[in-house]
Each structure stands twice: as structure tokens, then as C-alpha cells.
Ligand binder design. Structure first.
Ligand code: NDP
Length: 416
């Protein structure tokens, strides 16, 4: 039986048998996964309840020769199916290769009321050593872990002097670490410059890129109705279109983020920080463009995706959320570079699956087949009724009225 045809319990058993899930984690996922109220209350403000999402697994994503089972939390039907489908095609071709750049986060302290910007810039440039000592004293634990302030850069922008602190945050996402250092350094900078700082905070603009590539033999792209060479040519053309048509680029990139956002959320990381960095990078040339490229090279279709990926494997909400820790164990994210590589590889195969569907049967065939479950629930189906109504919807017009009619009919048959 295929993984997607199994019940959730059978899927957990299959993952235990393949050694991807420990019995303890299988029991954890089988549980209702409600957060203890004290943790829920402590994590955000004005807490009154909890909000559950399904957690699924994109199967067998091969990255740098290793197989990953990627946990994803999403409400959108077809995202995990598409990711698994893209991963399957990549695996047939030897998998995805991905490399992460050094993980640093930039903090900025900005001054706006300086009479002589050039003189102020010289002052700061001459005191880089002292700034380093201040930063290290502000966060000694990150220094002990091998990180901390690496570099100080200064730049005059309009009437502002910007002092950028480039900080190695080791295995954390680093926003709090960087903010702590920026706020600790700012008063001393103000003393030297004789003017208060306007702002001292990290920048979510991240230009440390993780790059994933995959080379596909075109015949592995064939669909039931279209040959692989035609699909490959159309995927390359769609990639070109996303470079010149902003409207298309936004949807192209939303598709990439379908998978990444779900896996980032499951890993306990900050989805907003990742989205902000990714979309800023998509516009770094001055035009918003598609983030991935697909090109025909000989008889292969070569895909590449480079993205900033500001995530961590420790810190933030990760240690407070038992589900995030269990997801990190299932994903085998031993370090931040692995997590970054898996996330960008996931974005690439997610994009592949979407473009292949667009180049072949179109996106709605797969989407609406999976949307039937959501329609059945919307119509009021509960328990076993969901599958029955969803199955009957496959042969009918997939809308709410039809789902409601099918449910009424089903209940009449059951004598309810
Ligand atoms: P933390 O403040 O939790 O700092 C990292 C923690 O991880 C520290 O407690 C550190 O321990 C611990 N740690 C353990 N091992 C390591 C290691 N190997 N490397 C690094 N740290 C380690 O989180 P972050 O600074 O990562 O900030 C992330 C959080 O900040 C997220 O929740 C995010 O949502 C939020 N945030 C985001 C903002 C933005 O994006 N604009 C703004 C503000 C907050 P120790 O104490 O010993 O150093």
C-alpha cells in the first residue's frame, strides 16, 4: 500500500519500521498534541485557546545523498502530495545537491541627526576593536559557542549613518541575540557621536544564500498524457516567464513557499522572518522575479534555487514547543546548515511539481481531487462520512452544493 493510502496510524508504523520515527515520537504524534496551558499562555499574549493544523510528511527527499522525511504543517491540500511527487522525481535523478552559506545575521544601528556624516563614519571605523569588545561582553555565551560579532561596516545613506554589525549566531536563528548586541552597543556609539541612535535592531534582509540544484533526465518528467521532452521545454519556458512577468513571478514564488513555509512552521521557526527575507531577495535586482530557474542543458532539465534561509535549530520557540522538537528529530536536522539545505531543496522540488502540473494537466486536476476532503468537511460531514462524500465528489462537480446534496443522500441511506 502507498504511504498516502494508509491511515495515519499505519503511516506512523511505516515510519517506525523504516527507522525514521522512534516509538516515543510515534506515540507523541498519535496523541492530541495539546500544549500544556502554562506553555501556551507563556508563548504569546492574551491566550485563550490553541489552534491545531495537520502535520504531514514529504517522503524521501534526497539531499546530498541523504534521505529526509520532511515534517510539514499546512492547511492547504496538495502541498505535501506535490512535495512528495517532486521529491520522487528528484530521487530518480540522484537527488538534490544543496549547500548553505555561513550563517550570520546583520544588526543595524542607525543615526539620523549627525552634523558631519563623514567625520562620524571615520570615528566608528577607527573604533571597530572597541565595538567588538562591547558586543562580546553583551552576549558572552554566543562567543563561547564560537560565534559573536565578526565584522563592522559603515555606510552613509541619504542623511543617515548606518553601522552594520555582522554577527555569527551559530545554531540559532539569532534575532534576539542580535537585538541584544545592537541595543548594548548603541549607547556607547551615541556617546562617541554625541547623538542618540534612531534605531538598533536586526535586519531581516539576509543575503547568505543556500543553493539547491537538481539535474533531471527529461523522460522522468513525462505525465500520463504528455512526453517528458515537452514537459521539460514548457517548465523552462515557465521559468523564463517568471523572470519577466512580475504577476507570474509572485505565484511562482508562492508555490516555492508553500512547502518551505509548512516545513519552517513545523520546525518551530519564524515563518515571517523567512518570508520577509525570501521576498526581499526576489526583488534584489530592482524587479521582483521568480526565485528558481529551470534550463534545458542537453537532454537534462537543470533546476536551481538560491534563497536566504534565516532559521535555527535551537532557541526561539523551538525549545518550548514539544511538536517542533519532535519534528526536528523526524527531519534529522542535526544542525542549521542541514535544515537550510533541506528547506531550499524542498522549495525546489515543490516548484518542480507545480511547474510540471502546469506544463501537463494543469494545476486544478490534482488540487480539486484533494480539495474534495475540505469540501466534504465544509458540507458538515463527520467521521467516516468525510471519505465517502469526498470519494463521491470525484465523479461530480466539486462544489459545496454538490457536497451537501451527497451528504444528505448518504444520511438518508443510513436512515438518519
Ligand atoms: P534565543 O533568544 O532563544 O537565543 C538562542 C538560544 O539558543 C540561547 O538561549 C542560546 O543559549 C541557545 N543555544 C543553545 N545552543 C546554541 C548554539 N549552538 N548556538 C546558538 N545558540 C544556542 O533566540 P534567537 O536569538 O535565535 O531569536 C529567535 C527568536 O527571535 C524567534 O522566536 C523569532 O521569532 C524572534 N524574533 C524575531 C525578530 C525578527 O525576525 N525581526 C525580532 C525579535 C524576535 P545561551 O543563552 O547559552 O546563549
Amino acid at each position: 500500500m502507498k504511504f498516502y493510502q494508509m491511515t495515519p496510524a499505519q503511516r506512523r508504523d511505516a515510519l517506525m519500521q523504516s527507522g525514521d520515527l522512534t516509538p516515543a515520537d510515534a506515540a507523541f504524534w498519535a496523541d492530541r498534541n495539546v500544549l500544556p496551558e502554562a506553555i501556551a499562555d507563556a508563548l504569546s499574549e492574551n491566550q485563550i485557546g490553541q489552534f491545531a493544523l495537520p502535520l504531514g510528511v514529504a517522503r524521501d527527499l534526497m539531499v546530498n545523498g541523504q534521505m529526509y522525511q520532511v515534517p510539514m504543517a499546512t492547511e492547504e491540500p496538495s502541498v505535501i502530495a506535490a512535495a512528495s511527487n517532486g521529491a520522487r522525481i528528484a530521487k530518480l535523478n540522484g537527488g538534490v545537491t544543496a549547500t548553505a552559506a555561513k550563517h550570520v545575521v546583520v544588526g543595524e544601528v542607525v543615526f539620523d541627526q549627525l552634523a558631519d556624516l563623514q567625520a562620524a563614519q571615520l570615528v566608528i571605523n577607527a573604533r571597530r576593536g572597541e565595538i567588538k569588545s562591547l558586543a562580546d561582553a553583551a552576549h558572552p555565551s554566543i562567543v563561547r559557542r564560537g560565534g559573536g560579532l565578526q565584522q563592522v561596516e559603515t555606510e552613509i545613506i541619504a542623511h543617515f549613518l548606518k553601522i552594520s554589525l555582522i554577527i555569527d549566531v551559530q545554531q540559532a536563528m539569532g534575532a534576539n541575540i542580535v537585538n541584544t548586541i545592537c541595543e548594548a552597543v548603541a549607547p556607547q556609539l551615541s556617546d562617541w557621536l554625541g547623538s542618540p541612535a534612531l534605531v538598533a535592531i536586526l535586519s531581516n534582509d539576509d543575503r547568505q544564500l543556500t543553493t539547491a540544484t537538481v539535474a533531471l533526465n527529461v523522460e522522468t518528467l513525462a505525465t500520463k498524457t504528455t512526453d517528458g521532452a515537452t514537459i521539460a521545454r514548457k517548465i523552462a519556458a515557465l521559468s523564463d516567464l517568471a523572470q519577466v512577468d512580475g504577476a507570474r513571478a509572485v505565484t511562482h514564488n508562492k508555490g516555492i513557499m508553500n512547502g518551505i513555509a509548512a516545513a519552517v512552521l513545523a520546525s518551530g521557526n519564524d515563518t515571517r522572518a523567512v518570508s520577509a527575507a525570501v521576498h526581499a531577495y526576489a526583488a534584489h535586482s530592482g524587479h521582483y522575479v521568480g526565485l528558481s530557474t529551470w534550463q534545458l542543458v542537453g537532454d537534462q532539465l537543470v533546476g536551481e534555487l538560491s534563497l536566504p534561509m534565516p532559521v535555527g535549530v535551537v532557541g526561539g520557540a523551538i525549545s518550548a514547543l514539544p511538536a517542533a522538537q519532535a519534528a526536528q528529530r523526524l527531519g534529522s536536522y542535526q544542525d542549521v546548515a542541514t535544515l537550510q539545505a533541506v528547506l531550499v531543496a524542498l522549495g525546489l522540488v515543490q516548484n518542480l511539481a507545480a511547474l510540471r502540473a502546469l506544463a501537463g494537466p494543469g494545476i486544478q486536476a490534482g488540487h480539486m481531487a484533494l480539495q474534495a476532503n475540505a469540501l466534504a468537511i465544509q458540507a458538515g460531514a463527520v467521521g467516516d462520512e468525510i471519505q465517502v462524500v469526498a470519494q463521491q465528489l470525484q465523479q461530480q462537480t466539486k462544489d459545496l452544493a454538490t457536497a451537501k446534496a451527497l451528504l444528505t443522500q448518504l444520511r438518508l441511506q443510513k436512515g438518519e
